[in-house]
Design a protein around this ligand. Structure first.
Ligand SMILES: *Cc1c(COP(=O)(O)O)cnc(C)c1O
Length: 472
């Protein structure tokens, strides 16, 4: 639409402005002076209020228009203009250096593509309402038990202990293993901060090691090098849906009698050697945050084959209260419980996990096709012999010198993509724990997570592909 269709002169009457707004259907008129300089804005709401207050149709608009308005300047980056939009401001005039109106910009929410909206269109609402109407809305209820049993079974493990989120799951696992001050726990450099924070909560010392260049997961050889007599555990993180080299990690852990606590927050359903991730650790931890493979809003779970650890985690999760004697606390515990309402959503999500994983993989394949043979971009590797990755957030590497331009272009087009995690080694608060990490630094400067979101369709994937290729 031509901006002229939104323009009225400051000498226009209320009636003329009303007619202008009526015709342009943009609920807005831009008011200019005789030099075509923008001097005010009027919306249909303003007109309605004027009429209700009894002003006549023939009043001159100049007295009543907004003289303090939001506008953009010629040459402003789309990202700059986008920041000016709000719930009430969805159309913004663009002016030249002399305040002359030259264009306008409109916010269109259909254009926006989010990073990871969940799919909640199965039985989620039904079970959630069932839990809600049952009045069992805290952490006792049938859905918590069902979710724990079914999710553990899905992973091929005996017990599940649902938690309030993935971070508390990690902390609960380490606490149940008795890890604390004086112990060392090895973590990969490329991960979300929760992995290392959970170690720090226990008072143990994290040891940050480098990743493999091709899988982006913890490098077993670097892990081995970092082992000392104080090392108690290692937390392999199946990053961006890619399983770690569990064969080698298990071998090293057995040699040195280390606990393996898998961080599976990004890899529900992934497999190593035909076994699901989560079935290798003495305890393994999952997250069900809104952007994970399946979600409960906030939520997490520890799974284990060991009955003693299952019991211990339940006790610690529930304030450290004795199972025999109510309100007698044996240890200093936590409240890390999941609610029945969250678990209800989880049960429904789990019913469809295979479908959700297939859908994610198909989406990743669409991106894979788009970027096949394009120089400067590389999809996450999916042809390791023993590893069956899942598609969490579709992840690619882009030439370092182009990466930030790609991110900016996507942002300007209202597409939520995201840079890889900043390696732990690059953050001040973790600097005391770092071993030599060069590969993770390199990969994190190249990595991009692309929209892997329920609202996406073929056309949007193509649009994203075309934008990225325009820079490469
Ligand atoms: C999301 C995530 C977590 C933490 O899960 P929350 O549920 O957000 O607390 C831990 N580790 C990794 C690798 C994650 O991606």
């Amino acid at each position: 639409m031509n901006v002229e269709e939104l323009v009225c002169n400051q000498a226009s009457t209320i009636k003329e402005v009303m007619m202008c707004i009526d015709q342009n259907a943009k609920r807005t008129a831009f008011i200019v002076d005789d030099e075509k300089r923008l001097v005010g804005i009027v919306t249909d709401g303003d007109i309605r209020r004027l009429l209700l207050e009894g002003y006549g149709l023939n009043q001159i608009i100049e007295k009543y228009m907004h003289k303090n308005f939001v506008y953009a300047s010629k040459g402003d980056e789309p990202g700059v203009i986008r920041k000016k939009f709000s719930d009430s401001i969805t159309i913004i005039p663009v002016v030249d250096e002399n305040m002359r109106l030259i264009d306008f910009s409109e916010y269109n929410e259909n254009v926006h593509i989010s990073l990871a909206q969940p799919q909640l269109n199965g039985n989620e609402y039904k079970y959630l309402m069932d839990a809600f109407l049952s009045t069992w809305i805290s952490s006792t209820g049938k859905y918590v038990t069902q979710f724990e049993q079914k999710f553990a079974e899905y992973c091929g493990v005996s017990y599940g202990v649902a938690t309030s989120n993935g971070t508390t799951a990690l902390h609960l696992a380490l606490a149940a293993l008795g890890i604390g001050a004086g112990d060392e726990v090895i973590v990969p450099d490329l991960t979300f901060a929760a992995t290392i924070n959970a170690v720090l909560y226990t008072g143990a010392t994290p040891v940050i090691v480098d990743i493999e260049e091709d899988s982006w997961c913890i490098d077993p050889e670097q892990m081995q090098k970092a082992i000392t007599p104080h090392t108690k555990a290692v937390i392999p993180v199946h990053i961006y849906g890619q399983p770690c080299d569990m064969g080698r990690i298990i071998q090293i852990a057995q040699e040195h009698q280390l606990y393996i606590v898998e961080d599976c927050a990004e890899a529900h359903g992934a497999e190593w050697d035909h076994r699901k991730v989560g079935s290798f650790g003495v305890i393994s931890c999952f997250s069900f945050f809104g952007n994970k493979v399946i979600t409960t809003g906030e939520g997490g779970m520890c799974i284990t084959d060991r009955k003693d650890l299952n019991d211990k985690m339940r006790m610690l999760r529930d304030h450290g209260m004795s199972r025999e004697k109510k309100y007698y606390h044996e240890v200093i515990g936590f409240n890390y419980r999941m609610t029945n309402m969250q678990a209800a959503v989880g049960v429904a999500q789990l019913e469809r996990i295979d479908q959700i994983l297939d859908w994610r993989l198909a989406l990743e394949d669409k991106y894979r096709d788009l970027f096949a043979g394009v120089a400067g971009i590389q999809m996450q590797k999916n042809d390791f012999a023993n590893r069956k990755k899942i598609a969490w957030l579709v992840s690619v590497l882009i030439k370092e010198e182009k990466r930030d331009r790609v991110l900016q272009l996507l942002k300007d087009n209202q597409i939520d993509a995201r840079a890889f995690f900043i390696p732990l080694s690059e953050m001040e608060i973790y600097k005391d724990y770092v071993k030599d990490c060069t590969i993770s630094k390199k990969m994190s400067k190249m990595g991009v997570n692309l929209p892997t979101t329920s609202e996406i369709d073929e056309q949007k994937v193509k649009k994203i592909g075309a934008l990225i290729r325009s820079i490469l």
